[in-house]
Design a protein around this ligand. Structure first.
Ligand SMILES: Nc1ncnc2c1ncn2[C@@H]1O[C@H](COP(=O)(O)OP(=O)(O)O)[C@@H](O)[C@H]1O
Ligand SMILES: [Mg+2]
Length: 371
């Protein structure tokens, strides 16, 4: 490799950090109302009171996590007595994992590992908050990942009931549901203590997308590097998925593509090439996070093409030995996480005649399954 290959003099990026996934934008454009509601709900914490619980809903990439992180920054500016923590429920998926995460935040050490009951751990957490006279805000981000396993209610309930068990505890919850069309419901036991302020994050419309892309381009690239016409190509891709994360990722990759060609500006072809690789990468990441049985089912459907549930089940049962109930649980989970489309065949509305197919092209799915 020649030394020149690693020289950065010619970079098109003024601030590459602005395109990283953990970047929190200075201005969250077109989310003024949501920020207002969130601020209003969190305000009591600044006066040492328990904040109003919130429920944030909306499809992926609509600014929910960013809104929470921005709000945390704001609260931090005004008070030292509020402990804030965002928990990624895709990673911490049980009440014990969540409690461990909180423990680490409060004590700055690992919690006692095995053999400790959840209740004991939680008691220590709450006692600490009371002793130090702190208010805590816990954001359970993407809690929809816990609905399938039935952990969502358990996690919510154990946190929300803290002040019942320990008078004086002040813990507020921001639950974030990345909702892809289905309405999730908490158990009535949870709902009766949650009582959240509901804040909806609708998909951005095309003009909003263009606006957000333009402002990120301005931050991340040198002037005139990313022409408006090419930004529109990015905005079109974002508009087709509704996920702004796709857009930020495309800006980065297409910038890198242009650099690779030693070009001074980003062109449409750079974006198109970037889209092709990021599309597969996203799919791959999603598929890799599935369980072995879930992957097997996807593989079967990829081979069969759209088919009747009953026929798919026969193959699935033969391969895994699993029964119909489990089969249906997996189908439902894969449908909710947008891997499968289910349609009605017209021969009755339920059960084995239901048509099931992949939501993505089967050659893509097979490629990703091959690892
Ligand atoms: N209104 C906005 N203004 C600027 N950037 C945004 C906005 N909404 C989303 N983004 C960016 O889009 C990406 C996805 O946003 P995120 O908050 O993670 O969405 P969600 O949590 O709803 O999936 C992030 O990179 C974020 O910076
Ligand atoms: Mg998020």
């Amino acid at each position: 490799m020649s030394r020149d290959m690693l020289l950065w003099d010619e970079t098109l990026f003024r601030d590459p950090q602005a395109l990283e996934i953990d970047y929190v934008p200075e201005d969250l454009l077109h989310r003024e109302n949501q920020m207002q509601s969130l601020a209003y709900s969190m305000r009591p914490a600044l006066r040492g009171m328990r904040p109003v619980n919130c429920l944030l809903t909306g499809p992926p990439g609509t600014g929910k996590t960013s809104a929470v992180l921005k709000m945390f920054e704001e609260v931090e500016k005004h008070s030292d007595d509020v402990v804030m923590l965002k928990i990624n429920c895709q990673i911490d998926s049980t009440r014990f994992a969540v409690a461990s995460r909180i423990y680490r935040k409060l004590f700055n050490v690992e919690p006692p590992s095995s053999g400790v009951a959840f209740r004991k751990l939680f008691e220590k957490i709450v006692q600490r908050l009371i002793d130090k006279d702190k208010v805590m805000i816990v954001c359970l981000d993407d809690i929809n990942y816990l609905f399938h396993e039935g952990h969502a209610d358990e996690v919510m309930y154990s946190i929300l009931r803290a002040h019942e068990l320990f008078p004086g505890a002040k813990i507020g919850v921001i639950a974030v549901v990345s909702d892809t069309g289905k309405l999730y419901r908490f158990d009535p036991k949870v709902s009766s203590v949650f009582l959240p302020e509901e804040i909806e994050f609708l998909r951005y419309d095309y003009d909003e997308i263009k606006d957000i892309i333009a402002s990120r381009v301005q931050l991340a690239f040198y002037p005139d590097v990313f022409p408006e016409k090419v930004q529109e190509v990015v905005a079109n891709y974002v508009d087709s998925t509704g996920d702004l994360r796709v857009g930020i990722d495309l800006l980065k990759r297409s910038g890198l593509n242009a650099e690779k060609r030693a070009n001074k500006t980003v062109e449409t072809e750079d974006v198109e090439k970037a889209y092709e690789s990021s599309r597969l990468l996203n799919l791959k990441r999603n598929i890799m996070s599935l369980s072995a049985d879930e992957k097997k089912l996807l593989g079967i459907i990829a081979e069969m093409g759209q088919s009747k549930a009953g026929d798919i089940y026969e193959n699935f049962h033969e391969m895994t030995g699993l029964g119909y109930t489990r089969f249906y649980e997996i189908v439902n989970k894969l449908a909710e996480s947008q891997h499968l489309d289910t349609a009605f065949s017209g021969e009755g509305t339920r059960g084995r005649t239901r048509l099931i197919g992949l939501a993505s092209p089967s050659e893509d799915v097979l490629k990703c399954l091959k690892r």
